[in-house]
Design a protein around this ligand. Structure first.
Ligand code: NAP
Length: 247
C-alpha cells in the first residue's frame, strides 16, 4: 500500500510509533525512525534490524523534535537518505500530569514544546519537499484534546492545539495535494499508560464501552489508512481510535 513512499515517524522507537514503523515498512515504505533519548538508541537499531530482516527498508535518527534546528536535521537526513518525504507522522509525545494548582510552569512548557511546537517544527521542515509531489501528514492527538481531562491541562491543551494545527494546515495545502489528518487514540497499551496505577486504569476502563485497552497495532492500522491512497479524499479529519470512549 505504501510501495516506495518515504515515511518519517517521530517517536518511532516505542509504543504506537514503533508499530506504525513496522506496519509502514511491511507495506513497502522506506521508514525513518526518530527518537530522542540515548537509552533508546539500541532499541532503534534493533527495530531497524528487525525491519531489514523482514525485507523492509528503514533507518533511525536521533533528534529532539521540540528543537527547530534538530527537527530540520531529521528532515534533511530523510531527504538525503531516501530522496524526499511523502509521509510524516508526528507521533512523538510526552505527559507530565498534575492538577493545575501543583503544575509547574516547566511542566506546562515542556509538554507544549514537545507535543505542539514539535508538530510545528517537524511539519514546517518537511513541508517544502512535500510540495513537489504531494503527501500525507498524520498528527497524533488524543481524545483528551477533545474532552479535556483532570490532571492533564498541559497535555490536553497541547493535543487540542494539534487539532487546530491539523485543520489549518489541511486548509492551507489541500490544493497542493498534501493531506493533513489527526488520529485521536483513547487508552492504548504503551509505556505512557503503563505508569498509571491499577486503580486509575480501572477507572478509565469504566468509561470505555469496549471495556479494554487498545493496542498500538490498532492505531497503526488507521495510520496506514491515512497514509495510503485509500484515504485520498480525506483531509482535515480527526479519527478517534478509542473503543467508543469519547463518542
Ligand atoms: P511512548 O510509548 O511514551 O513513546 C513516546 C515516543 O516519543 C518515544 O519514541 C520517545 O522517544 C518519543 N519522544 C518523546 N519526546 C521526544 C522528542 N522531544 N523528540 C523526539 N522524540 C520524542 O508513547 P505512546 O504511548 O506510543 O504515544 C505516542 C503518541 O500517541 C503520543 O503523541 C501520545 O501523546 C499519543 N497518545 C497516546 C495514547 C496512549 O494511550 N498511549 C493515547 C492518546 C494519545 P524515546 O524512546 O527516545 O524517549
Amino acid at each position: 500500500m505504501l510501495k516506495d513512499k518515504v515515511a518519517v515517524i517521530t517517536g518511532g522507537t516505542r509504543g504506537i510509533g514503533k508499530e506504525i514503523a513496522r506496519v509502514y515498512a511491511s507495506n513497502g515504505a522506506k521508514v525513518v525512525i526518530n527518537y530522542v533519548s540515548e537509552r533508546s538508541a539500541e532499541d532503534a537499531e534493533k527495530l531497524v534490524a528487525q525491519i531489514q530482516e523482514a525485507g523492509g527498508i528503514a533507518c533511525s535518527f536521533r533528534a529532539d523534535i521540540s528543537n527547530f534546528e534538530q527537527a530540520k536535521t531529521l528532515m534533511d537526513f530523510a531527504k538525503d537518505e531516501y530522496g524526499g518525504i511523502d509521509i510524516l507522522v508526528n507521533n512523538a509525545g510526552i505527559t507530565k500530569d498534575m492538577l493545575l494548582l501543583r503544575m509547574t510552569e516547566d511542566e506546562f512548557d515542556k509538554v507544549i514544546s514537545v507535543n505542539l511546537k514539535g508538530v510545528f517544527n517537524s511539519t514546517k521542515n518537511a513541508l517544502r519537499t512535500m510540495l513537489k509531489s504531494g503527501g500525507s501528514i498524520i498528527n497524533m492527538t488524543s481524545v483528551v484534546g477533545i474532552t479535556g481531562n483532570a490532571g492533564q491541562a498541559n497535555y490536553a491543551a497541547s493535543k487540542a492545539g494539534v487539532i487546530g494545527f491539523t485543520k489549518s494546515i489541511a486548509r492551507e495545502y489541500a490544493g497542493k495535494n498534501i493531506r493533513v489528518n489527526a488520529i485521536a487514540p483513547g487508552f492504548i497499551e504503551t509505556d505512557m499508560t503503563n505508569v498509571l496505577s491499577d486503580n486509575t486504569k480501572e477507572g478509565i476502563l469504566d468509561s470505555v464501552p469496549m471495556k479494554r485497552l487498545g493496542t498500538p497495532e490498532e492505531v497503526a492500522n488507521v495510520a496506514l489508512f491515512l497514509a495510503s491512497n485509500l484515504s485520498n479524499y480525506v483531509t482535515g479529519e480527526v479519527i478517534k481510535v478509542d473503543g467508543g470512549m469519547a463518542m
